[in-house]
Design a protein around this ligand. Structure first.
Ligand code: HEM
Length: 579
């Protein structure tokens, strides 16, 4: 099999199992289901920082040495450690998360009054989203990705089920009991916090043991993972404190001056550190841009981790200390500076290096990752305005709600969707179930988020019913977006990678009636010929799988006005050279 930049790794491993050793040497710690990654070699080389030419040379040497001897492929097992975390996160957000949030928003819009909502319900929604949607997604991805970027095995895998079970029971108890005043069952609130605490400690233990067991050289992203774990442990500690407060005082609402800064400590601390770690390790390859500017990224790490605790403590006392209030007004600029430094360091809006422009692969996730950073900029702007809008005034609360939404939906949820749409198909070695649905999710989520963030700000400035109406409808765009994403990802997660039946109906000669899909499926190296003859849609794996299954060579050459004889001759030349 001739290797070129678009050769799909799983096809090469299938045809030449002896190449697996080379891929393993370069950190291919089995991703991609039972047959290996569904990724072009050139992308793999960039993502794993391997020199493409050296890699291909070693692969060819392995093949030459293999000399076509039938070598047994070791059983590649699909690692599904992330699946139940991600599936449960989707169920939780589509029930007590976005759907409940959208219903509350419509209720507020009808009442034209934000104070008409029972705040304990909002805090239950908030907890479900923070730990149920975002928390579970990050836990699931981290358990899969961290062993792979650290080229080691996941440690204490046997503890993952306990970690999962405890967080789910804890979450369900909290969501139900914080908002429903059943005094006889209030002791279960303490139980929920305790179970969540154990789960988070188990997760931290598994991740830190895996990172420290790795012999891989320490990367700039390592400290972000470790800081993220520390902030998660601090967050779950504060969460326990808040629940003990509720239990002791027999109340249902955590004081706003504690809950709101806690939300930001969790987001800017734990969530940002994990997202930034994954971005630093992968974005340069995903977006085909230059590697990160390490100095700028390091500035972000130290400034953000120094600012978050100051931000939290200052907000705890801002309502009764002018000094603390002044600190809240100052610290937001440091946080904004840290975020700007990261965007500069990550090169997220810079031009592509075009290193991978000839590589055929789905890039639909790229716009989602970039748009998430646009929402981070919106977040930053609102963040520096808030402290100057009259402490605890209605307008400040409205801006605060917009900030939360811009960061939780615009940046974090968008990032989760962008990465899940790239990573989960990669984990499984298949394509995303539907790119059309991915694009629909992108449009609906951005529409809903835009309407929410800006109409809620307008409501803060002028309580016009029109602004309330727009805000009240915004949540349903987001419910539709995340519902479609959940369906699309669920279908992808439930797709098993087909094991090709060897040589069944193998093509020996291409005729005018041969389906173009069969040609490329059986002889991946012919893809380049299709591209050379101008069949650019063949670059799209979905088009190949759909149109390609119905279009014969005759139909395709007619549609593109290509000389069929010349085309058939070139294809058969290539195929016969393989025999
Ligand atoms: C996507 C659709 C969503 C809708 C329609 C929605 C709706 C709401 C509403 C109406 C409120 C109360 C009003 C306010 O504080 O502005 C709220 C608060 C909150 N939401 Fe959401 N939300 C959504 C997504 C999320 C996500 C993805 C997260 C977290 C990851 C989240 C976390 C929170 C938190 C923590 C609060 C309480 C904030 C505070 O009081 O400081 N929400 N949400």
């Amino acid at each position: 099999m001739e290797i070129n930049r678009n050769t799909i790794i799983k096809d090469l491993i299938e045809t030449h199992p002896e190449t697996l050793a080379v891929f393993k040497k370069y950190n291919l710690v089995i991703a991609g289901g039972v047959r290996g990654p569904n990724e072009p070699i050139a992308f793999f080389a960039k993502a794993h920082e391997v020199n493409y030419d050296i890699l291909v040379q070693e692969l060819n040497e392995a093949i030459a040495k293999g000399g076509g001897e039938p070598v047994e492929i070791p059983a590649l097992e699909e690692d599904k450690v992330y699946e139940r975390f991600v599936k449960t996160a989707i169920i939780l957000t589509l029930t007590v998360g976005v759907t409940f949030g959208a219903a509350v928003l419509s209720y507020v819009a009808v009442k034209l009054d934000f104070n008409s909502i029972y705040y304990a319900l909002i805090q239950a929604h908030g907890h479900a989203q923070l730990f149920g949607w975002v928390g579970l997604c990050i836990m699931g991805f981290a358990l899969y990705i961290i062993p792979r970027v650290k080229n080691t095995e996941l440690k204490h895998r046997n503890l993952v089920s306990t970690c999962y079970g405890f967080i789910i029971v804890g979450l369900v108890l909290r969501i139900i009991l914080q908002s429903t005043p059943i005094s006889a069952l209030r002791f279960l609130l303490l139980t929920s916090a305790f179970l969540e605490m154990i789960s988070v400690c188990l997760f931290a233990f598994i991740i830190l043991r895996t990172i420290f067991a790795s012999k891989e050289k320490v990367g700039i992203f390592d400290k972000f993972f470790q800081a993220g774990i520390i902030w998660l442990l601090i967050s779950i500690g504060i969460n326990c404190g808040m629940i003990i407060y509720l239990y002791k005082h027999g109340t249902y609402e955590i004081p706003k001056f504690v809950f709101s800064p806690f939300v930001h400590l969790y987001l800017f601390g734990f969530v940002f550190m994990f997202i930034f770690a994954i971005n630093v390790r992968t974005v340069f390859a995903f977006l085909d841009i230059k590697p990160v500017r390490e100095k700028a990224v390091n500035i972000t790490f130290w400034v953000l981790n120094a600012s978050v605790p100051i931000y939290f403590v200052a907000h705890l006392f801002a309502h009764r200390s002018t000094v603390a209030l002044r600190v809240t007004q100052g610290i937001v600029f440091l946080i904004a500076f840290a975020l700007i430094s990261f965007i500069y360091g990550l090169r997220i809006f810079e031009r592509s290096t075009k290193e991978l422009q000839d590589v055929v692969m789905d890039r639909s996730y790229a716009k989602t990752i970039r748009t998430a950073y646009l929402w981070l900029i919106v977040t930053m702007v609102i963040l520096v305005i808030i402290p100057f809008l009259g402490q605890d005034s209605d307008i400040q609360r409205r801006f605060h709600g917009s900030l939360n939404h811009a960061v939780t939906v615009g940046f974090i949820t968008m990032m989760i969707i962008g990465y899940a749409s790239k990573m989960i198909p990669t984990f499984k070695g298949i394509d995303m179930y539907s790119l059309k649905l991915s694009n629909l999710t992108f449009i609906l989520l951005n529409t809903g988020c835009f309407l929410r963030v800006f109409s809620q700000i307008l409501v803060g400035i002028n309580e016009k019913p029109l602004f309330y109406a727009v805000m009240g409808s915004s949540g349903w765009f987001e419910v539709a977006a995340i519902g479609i994403f959940g369906y699309n990802l669920w279908k992808t997660m439930n797709t098993t990678q087909e094991v090709k039946s060897p040589v069944a109906g193998r093509l020996t000669e291409v005729t005018k009636d041969t389906k173009v899909f069969d040609i490329v499926e059986q002889y991946p190296e012919t893809l380049q010929i299709f591209l050379d003859f101008g069949f650019s849609q063949m670059a799209n794996p979905v088009m190949r799988k759909t149109m390609g299954r119905v279009a014969s060579v005759e139909m395709a050459t007619k549609m593109h006005n290509v000389d069929i004889e010349k085309f058939l001759h070139t294809l058969n030349d290539k195929i016969s050279s393989k025999k």
